[in-house]
Design a protein around this ligand. Structure first.
Ligand code: 5GP
Ligand code: ZN
Length: 110
């Protein structure tokens, strides 16, 4: 499978790991859009979020909840973004969830 994010979670391409469990892997974005910018992916390859079952989406959100619990991110707030397809500007076609925070984020449309 010639997929950048599959290669990252399999360790074939280096990344700065932030979190891992049986189903989910998370790593720091190479071009951060906020002080904290982490990408959460399910280990099952699908091109976008609509390819993930509700169980898989739940597993990703459980990982985000576990990762943020008790941290500054939970205390001060964070944003989860999933770009899907051309209009959203998706560039990597392995479903992923951006977790952004660590500073006050701009509002939508700003
Ligand atoms: P998208 O635009 O598809 O929603 O998000 C893809 C994200 O993957 C971008 O924020 C981009 O900076 C990040 N990215 C692309 N290639 C790499 C890489 O090789 N390593 C890491 N850590 N992030 C990457
Ligand atoms: Zn993949």
């Amino acid at each position: 499978m010639d997929c950048l994010f599959c290669k990252i979670f399999q360790g074939q391409i280096p990344s700065k790991k932030a979190y891992e469990d049986e189903n989910v892997f998370a790593f720091h974005d190479i071009a951060p859009m906020a002080k904290t910018h982490i990408l959460f992916i399910h280990k099952k390859h699908t091109a976008n979020v609509n390819g993930l079952s509700t169980i898989h989406v739940g597993q990703v959100y459980a990982a985000i909840k576990n990762f943020t619990a008790g941290t500054e991110l939970e205390k001060e707030g964070f944003r989860v973004v999933t770009n899907t397809g051309a209009h959203a500007g998706q560039t990597v076609f392995h479903a992923h969830f951006h977790v952004l925070g660590g500073e006050k984020l701009k509002g939508f449309g700003a």
